[in-house]
Write a protein that binds this ligand. Sequence first.
Ligand code: MG
Length: 159
Amino acid sequence: MRVRIGLGSDLHELVPGRPCILGGVTLPYERGPRGHSDGDAVLHALTDALLGAAGLDDLGTRFPDDDARWAGADSRRLLAAAWDDVRAAGWELANADVVIQTEGPRIAPFRAAMAEAIAAVLGVEVTRINLKGKSFEGLGALAGGRAVLVQAVVLLTAD
Ligand code: MG
């Protein structure tokens, strides 16, 4: 059996007037991630982890943020398109682990809903997807709900 690991990271500013979409779920929060697409930093980090593990071009190369086709795009579409290519190369997902760092929206109450949304896009058991929230301990420019920073790691397997 072959195994490959992948790491993805994404940072988005949280700004007024944007829906707070993270992990494919709209969270109740007064600011949302600024972005060309829907700004879903969780799905962006996860997509980059999957593409990286498979040795494919990254999210920004595949879906440039100056391309009008992806303006306001539902990031589940980007994840699904990338995952199609990863699977076509023969890979299956062993598991994904995601850290969502923010002092904006509460993450813990929505972990299960995010895992279900991601599992639905990937067509895998929800137990393969894990997410957790962390703060910035009030330190630095990203504290105080100004941003969301996401890191995702995945393990792919192939026969
Ligand atoms: Mg992004």
